[in-house]
Design a protein around this ligand. Structure first.
Ligand code: SF4
Length: 199
């Protein structure tokens, strides 16, 4: 159990009480998972409606698909080896084309402070266009496929497409992702979780 007086626990309490975006359509509810021993960091975009309702990150079909890509079950995913910090920590609401982008003020406010409390991270998964634009500095549009194709170039960062069902066409158009990238990703994750040395 986490020490309630540790710097990370105190920071998480501060994050979870954030009210910086009072105009969020369903109000602030920051959703983040972090443990000081975490070895794999998952940076997604922002919680969806179901995640907002339950308060559990990736607790939806996108999460099921992501766990399949990683080769981990729910117990492992929600255990201390994984930290989960979306680019925007609260549900931003939805528009005609799906969920809105993460709130722009969120990552500059919280990400670096949270990341500083995670010294054991060995792999950072950067999921979706908004997360990649912020954390990898790539264009917000049209960069996901080249980013994912060049995952090996990013070293300890691993760009991924969003596992949402809205991306089924993207996945169908890029069969190399499932055939080549997913097995390599699974092997890297398994090695890190087993404590093996990886590049
Ligand atoms: S989106 Fe981020 S900055 Fe805005 S209220 Fe939620 S935690 Fe705070």
């Amino acid at each position: 159990m986490a020490d309630p007086l540790s710097p990370l626990s105190r920071l998480l309490a501060e994050v979870r009480s954030c009210q910086a975006c009072p105009d969020l359509p369903q109000g602030p509810r920051p959703i983040v998972q972090a443990h000081s021993a975490a070895r794999i960091l998952i940076i997604g975009q922002a919680p969806g409606r179901r995640v907002h309702a339950t308060g559990i990150p990736w607790n939806d079909p996108s999460g099921d698909r992501l766990r399949g890509w990683l080769g981990v079950d729910r117990a492992g995913f929600y255990g201390p080896s994984f930290a989960i910090i979306p680019t925007g920590l609260c549900y931003p609401g939805s528009g005609p084309r799906g969920d809105l982008p993460p709130r722009a003020r969120c990552a500059p406010l919280w990400f670096a402070r949270l990341r500083a409390q995670l010294p054991a991270i060995r792999l950072t998964l950067v999921i979706g266009q908004y997360a990649q634009a912020y954390h990898l500095g790539t264009p917000a549009r049209g960069a996901v496929a080249p980013n994912v194709r060049r995952a090996a170039d990013y070293g300890a960062f691993w760009p991924l497409p969003h596992p949402s069902g809205r991306n089924n066409q993207w996945l169908a158009r890029h069969p190399w992702f499932q055939a080549e990238i997913v097995p390599a990703l699974r092997a890297r994750v398994a090695a890190i979780l087993a404590g093996e040395p990886v590049l």
